[in-house]
Design a protein around this ligand. Structure first.
Ligand code: HEM
Length: 343
């Protein structure tokens, strides 16, 4: 599917200047990813027929040993795709000649799962050496991660190549951060050819996994009390959050983003937003911002209709996985070790 088909036009609620801003962004995004990525479902059917089983087995072990690993792999895939497209660039280690993405502000001390990726790659290299790209492997692993914690299944188009470069600066600018306002968040998804609907559905990934205190301190000492309903349970929840995340220090202390069911992929994340108790400011913005007309309706829809959420999440994950730089098919490679380009 051409990305232009899902670069949704701006909605009427946006003011005139924002409308023009998003129009330009949409056009820019379409130009960036104008062609259909040449990905197919049966890409490895003759060269590595067991690829899906191998990845699934490794992911089963990883998630069994710690359910958070599902969340960490899903996030790795997202952070890969938003920087140069899904090309395994996020997996590259720093070397003398290459500045990787792992130390970019959104990634450092935060991204996890690299050893799991190494383990899957080792298995694939012994079964079908030099065949399966790290980018494809990560895309399959992210799909399996979601299924293993109760989420939806989708078919994964394959055939991505691994980049021979990474971009610290794009990792710094393209990835959304929790302190950003709704319009900035939307613009970062539009830039990638993803729509407002894609953004709200994909943010539902926060139904699993953890966040560090440094990323929600301003929220819990800021407008949490304003957005949340006033009731004793909320008061207790907030005071627990504060005791795990003091005003100073404890930056790396972690808390689940979905306190109802932190290890289950379900729609309770959206129900938390309806209660005004989103942990990240960026998540609560989708429901509580004054500009949140379209996003608010989507949050309500997914809170009440888990099937609609699963369907949209699957579709949006395929779209996100299809973000590719056309050049990567010419200049890319299949890395032997996901941490380093081939010599
Ligand atoms: C809408 C914009 C988004 C923002 C601002 C955002 C921000 C964040 C932040 C701040 C964290 C916590 C990191 C830490 O404290 O170390 C996080 C975790 C996470 N994010 Fe997002 N995120 C966004 C969208 C997404 C998307 C699109 C996905 C996947 C499709 C995703 C998947 C996850 C997962 C699974 C975790 C938990 C990771 C773990 O426990 O290791 N996020 N996100």
């Amino acid at each position: 599917m051409a990305l232009s088909q899902y670069a949704k036009p701006p909605t009427p609620f946006l003011q005139h200047s924002a409308f023009i801003f998003f129009s330009i962004l949409s056009v820019y995004a379409i130009n960036l990813h104008a062609t259909d990525p040449p990905l197919t479902l049966d890409y490895y059917s003759s060269t590595c027929p067991n690829v899906l089983e191998i990845v699934r087995k490794e992911m089963e072990c990883a998630v069994l040993s710690d359910p958070r690993n599902a969340a960490s792999i899903l996030r790795l895939h997202f952070h890969d795709c938003f920087v140069q497209g899904c090309d395994g660039s996020v997996l590259l280690d720093d070397t003398i000649t290459l500045r990787g993405e792992k130390k970019a502000p959104t990634n450092i001390r935060s991204l996890r799962g690299f050893r799991i990726i190494d383990g899957i790659k080792n298995k694939l290299e012994s079964e079908c050496p030099g065949i399966v790209s790290c980018a494809d492997m990560l895309t399959i692993a992210a799909r399996d991660a979601v299924i293993l914690v109760g989420g939806p299944y989708w078919h994964v188009p394959l055939g991505r190549k691994d980049s021979r470069t990474a971009s610290f600066s794009l990792a710094t600018t393209n990835l959304p951060t929790p302190d950003q306002g709704l319009l900035t968040l939307i613009s970062k998804f539009l830039y990638q050819g993803l729509s407002v609907t894609d953004m709200v559905a994909l943010a539902g990934a926060h139904t699993i996994g953890m966040a560090r205190c440094v990323n929600f301190r301003e929220r819990i000492y800021g407008d949490f009390q304003e957005t949340a309903h006033k009731n004793p349970l909320t008061e207790i929840y907030l005071s627990n959050l504060k005791s795990g995340c003091p005003p100073i220090g404890g930056d790396d202390n972690t808390t689940a983003m979905d306190y109802f069911s932190p290890n289950l992929f379900d729609n309770s994340f959206y129900q938390i937003l309806l209660r005004g108790e989103g942990l990240l400011n960026s998540d609560q913005e989708m429901y509580s911002s004054k500009l949140a007309l379209e996003t608010k309706e989507l949050v309500k829809k997914y809170a009440f209709d888990p099937i609609a959420f699963f369907q949209q999440f699957s579709d949006s994950m395929v779209k996100m996985g299809n973000i590719t730089d056309p050049d990567s098919f010419v200049t890319g490679e299949v890395r032997k070790n996901c941490r380093f380009i081939n010599t």
